[in-house]
Design a protein around this ligand. Sequence first.
Ligand code: SF4
Length: 382
Amino acid sequence: MATDFDSWIMQPAVPGVEQSPVFGIFALLMKVDVRKLTFAELQDWFATRRHPAFRSKQVHEWLWKKSATSFADMSNLSIALRNELSEAFEIKAITVAEWQKSSDRTIKTAFKLCDGPVVEGVLIPTTSRMTACISSQAGCSLTCKFCATGKLKLLRNLDAAEIYDQVAIIRKQSETQYGIPLSNIVYMGMGEPLLNYKNVLESVQKITSPDGLGMSPQRITVSTAGIGKMIRKLGDDEVKFNLALSLHAANDEKRSQIMPINESNNLDEMAASLRYFYDKTGTRPTLEYIIFKDFNDSLEDAAQLERFVRRVPSKVNIIEYNPTGDGLFERATETQLDLFSNYLEKKGVIVNIRKSRGRDIDAACGQLANKNKAAHHALKES
Ligand code: SF4
């Protein structure tokens, strides 16, 4: 005869997912992260406990729209229900370990994940927009030579909620520090987003959903070092957000020197996959081009870039380099930057120049490398 205890341990921790008694006992010790449940699963959980259906909606709203990090915050639920929820679940939210403000108002934040790793996110205020630059992985498996993150080994992928939390926190910083709402999000922090495809797309879905932060997908840009297969998948999935390719050289030999990924995903593959993405989505990708002194800043380099642009409807962002302290590359001179961009503009290429921001706090493009104290503590603890 089944006792109450037997039926309790046989109950699926996640509604709809059958489990063995052994797993049931394990579930007694391990709480499920409530944000891993879909809304339908949350509804099931409430239904099996005979709570009114609207309770699941309230909890879902607290979790995603109001970014609650504790059941105790859910003030429109009874204390008994809040206790019931915290006995069954936990909320594995990221926390702010430390943050720094640059002299140009850029804010860099070190986020601590619940199991220890630290990732970084940046709020970049300009006159026209407030942009959150967020991380998708703790560390990175690619080894782009100009990038400080590329020197850290990959610890793990971030889950959708951890990516979402960075946006929610930076969004609050934008409002509390500057009184201006967050307007744009770029997946250009630590990690290669397309190597964490499922979680990145799920995070975009939560950020753009009216049940989440309700931001427009047109304000979101996912940036990749260039994985052709996954760029095509974005096309097949007909995503609504923008795509940026870290190009940095329109010549295979040079690109392979600074981005080893180019050996398996060369410029022909990039042009073909970006074209595929454009044909499927109608969205022009952006080509990011960090300009390095005496490496890719000549007029011959500009001509090669122009020829690449002709193969894919796209626009070009030229980014000033921020030295990472290893002496490998130097920043191109202002004169060379002007010559380079003028050449492209004269050829009809759409060019934007991205000035470096947050250099004094190592928050600029390519500088995110966990130089903060929080990361050092986390490394010591692990
Ligand atoms: S540039 Fe991006 S993909 Fe390349 S090493 Fe840095 S974080 Fe990884």
